[in-house]
Design a binder for this molecule. Structure first.
Ligand SMILES: Nc1ncnc2c1ncn2[C@@H]1O[C@H](COP(=O)(O)OP(=O)(O)OP(=O)(O)O)[C@@H](O)[C@H]1O
Ligand SMILES: [Mg+2]
Length: 346
């Protein structure tokens, strides 16, 4: 998987002490004095039925990052987001958002945050545009004189201008998702919290939303988004945290996380079977042989094994048309971390 240039360009800034956002936005100064936009310590939620949905979560979201909150179904992503937004109280632990404790500070924090949480609340009998007008009216800080322009711009940003007059009940899942996102974008925000923002979108819609997220990040907005799609996180995020069964497995920059996955040696050759024998004799494990291609895990101990492996292939008369190491993906990292595939139930 190739990383996007956006990820490459801002990935080098990987400490939480450094603001990675752009210049100050209309939402206010960048507040470089408070590097973490979201921080949780021991955040825990046990539901009344006894379900431990989030278990001792310590999360740090650096200012200016596009932070992917990753985990399979039921791993506690939405529950965490609901606690961050003050919609439910934690059983124990603390959460600060934009430097203030939640849920105690909802009144001062939420106006600075745009949020899209599972299944946005919409009035089916109103058009998409009128739903946004309602959202805007409910915001005491929103100037009524500029309302129509704000609504039109938000519709345009999410690609809903043509469907703006249609009743929301006639919207597809993806259109409802776009409308929820538009509601979060009515005002410039310091922080956007998006729970599975591409849920229900087709591939083209997903690309559009990813582009929009990059654009918002470029304007200096910190974006915290949940997803169960590793691929998506890898394409759009600078940082990620991986959840499994309510617990945090790891967090860091996407580059660091992907680097945990050791690259696989890939040899392209018309003599695949012979190449596999030579590599096996040289300590390469987990060898897979396909037509004109062999790949495997080179031994990690000692010096770089690649030059020796290449020489051994040539000495054995193996015709080599390609030799290299494929970069590990986030998915490889996840498998390495958990010892299992990503599609596990929470
Ligand atoms: N209101 C609730 N009462 C009891 N249990 C709940 C409640 N909400 C969530 N849970 C449980 O908490 C766990 C975490 O759920 P959560 O919705 O946070 O997961 P998720 O990571 O957002 O999953 P998905 O990818 O499917 O959206 C699940 O086992 C779920 O059944
Ligand atoms: Mg969820």
């Amino acid at each position: 998987m190739t990383q996007s240039p956006v990820v490459e360009s801002i990935d080098s800034v990987d400490t939480e002490e450094t603001p990675v956002g752009g210049p100050a936005t209309a939402a206010g100064p960048t507040r470089a004095d408070s590097p973490a936009v979201i921080r949780t310590q021991g955040l825990t939620k046990r539901f009344a039925g006894g379900q431990l949905a989030v278990d001792g979560l310590d999360l740090t979201v650096p200012r200016g990052s596009v932070f992917g909150f990753l985990g399979p179904n039921g791993s506690g992503k939405t529950t965490t987001i609901r606690m961050l937004m003050g919609l439910i109280a934690p059983t124990s632990g603390v959460a600060t958002v934009l430097g203030a404790s939640m849920p105690q500070s909802v009144g001062s924090v939420l106006p600075r945050v745009g949020a899209l949480i599972e299944g946005p609340a919409l009035y089916g009998f109103l058009s998409g545009r009128d739903n946004l007008v309602r959202y805007d009216c409910a915001d005491p800080t929103a100037d009524p004189r500029t309302r129509a322009r704000r609504v039109s711009e938000a519709l345009d940003r999410v690609g809903l201008t043509a469907a703006a007059g249609k009743k929301a009940r006639a919207y597809s899942l993806g259109m409802k998702q776009r409308l929820g996102l538009a509601a979060a974008l009515l005002q410039p925000r310091e922080l956007l919290v998006l729970d599975e923002p591409t849920n229900g979108l087709d591939p083209q819609g997903m690309r559009e939303i990813r582009a929009l997220i990059r654009e918002l990040a470029g304007e200096g907005t910190t974006v915290f988004l949940s997803s169960h799609l590793l691929d998506e996180i890898e394409q759009v995020c600078t940082h990620a945290a991986v959840m499994s069964k309510g617990r945090l497995l790891v967090q860091g920059t996407v580059r660091e996380l992907a680097a945990r996955a050791q690259g696989r040696l890939v040899v392209r050759t018309p003599d695949a079977a012979r190449a596999a024998e030579v590599l096996a004799a040289r300590g390469v494990s987990d060898i897979r042989v396909a037509e004109s291609r062999v790949d495997g895990e080179p031994a990690t101990a000692g010096d770089d094994p690649l030059p020796g492996l290449c020489a051994a292939l040539v000495e054995a008369g193996v015709r080599v048309s390609g030799f290299g190491v494929e970069r590990g993906t986030l998915e490889d990292a996840f498998v390495a971390l958990t010892g299992e595939g990503f599609d596990v139930a929470g």
